[in-house]
Design a protein around this ligand. Structure first.
Ligand code: C5P
Length: 227
């Protein structure tokens, strides 16, 4: 029987607009939204700042028992870690950088890759991350890679934090973004890069509506019904 699941992947660097777009596309398609960056952040909180120097087996042990599930669909999809909603404490720059450091470790990647594939087995979804189109869902129905200059991404992140009542120094945000880019693009395993068959969209000069329209235009071509 042909597989009727719809998997749309949206990869790209921090601040390229993946989250906003992935939520919106998931809502439009009526499927779940998977934020794989949040899974790396949850793992970072669980392991803590000393984990990068631990031997592989200790990391494996600390991750054992960590399970993920999705509740709901569209922009309201909730990522649950061990049945609990992943809280706001994963959303700091420090946790983001620790997540990026841990994301260079093969043990951590292998564990989360399997968890992501398992979630993909359970139904249609829009998956956001760095290696969704290249590694986790190489057979995805539609693949997108969103990019924008570091300056534009830093300005967006600064505005986002201000809107959340957490004003931040724009120069520090730009430095954080460059540091994370460097680490994400240059790691040996699953480095950040577009899949050969991904549609690359530079969002620097586009607003959210423009990017959404471009994505839905591609998804509309040869669209398959969600499971
Ligand atoms: O997307 P977000 O910024 O929340 O991701 C945090 C970090 O997790 C990224 O900087 C990246 O290093 C890592 N990550 C990854 N692969 C993914 C998703 C996130 O390596 N699929």
């Amino acid at each position: 029987m042909p597989d009727s699941r719809l998997v749309v992947t949206i990869d790209g660097p921090a601040g390229a607009g993946k989250t906003t777009l992935a939520r919106r596309v998931a809502a439009a398609l009526g499927v779940a939204y998977l934020d794989t960056g949040a899974m790396f952040r949850v793992a970072a909180l669980r392991l803590g700042p000393d984990a990068p120097s631990w031997p592989g087996p200790a990391i494996g042990e600390a991750l054992a028992g960590l399970s993920f599930s999705l509740r709901g669909a569209g922009s309201d999809t909730e990522l649950l870690a061990c049945g609990e909603s992943a809280g706001d404490e994963i959303r700091t720059e420090a946790v983001g950088y620790l997540a990026s450091t841990l994301a260079t470790l093969p043990r951590v990647r292998a564990f989360l890759r399997q968890a992501q594939k398992d979630l993909g087995q359970r139904g249609s979804l829009v998956a956001e991350g760095r290696d969704m189109g290249t590694v986790v869902f190489p057979d995805a129905s539609h693949k997108f890679f969103l990019d924008a200059s570091p300056e534009v991404r830093a300005a967006r992140r600064t505005a986002q934090l201000a809107a959340m009542g957490k004003p931040a120094d724009p120069d520090e945000i730009l430095a954080d973004i460059r540091r994370r880019d460097e680490q994400d693009r240059n790691r040996a395993e699953a480095p950040l890069r577009p899949a050969p068959d991904a549609v690359i969209i530079d969002t620097s000069a586009l607003d959210v509506d423009g990017v959404f329209a471009a994505i839905m235009d591609h998804v509309g071509q040869g669209r398959r019904a969600p499971a």
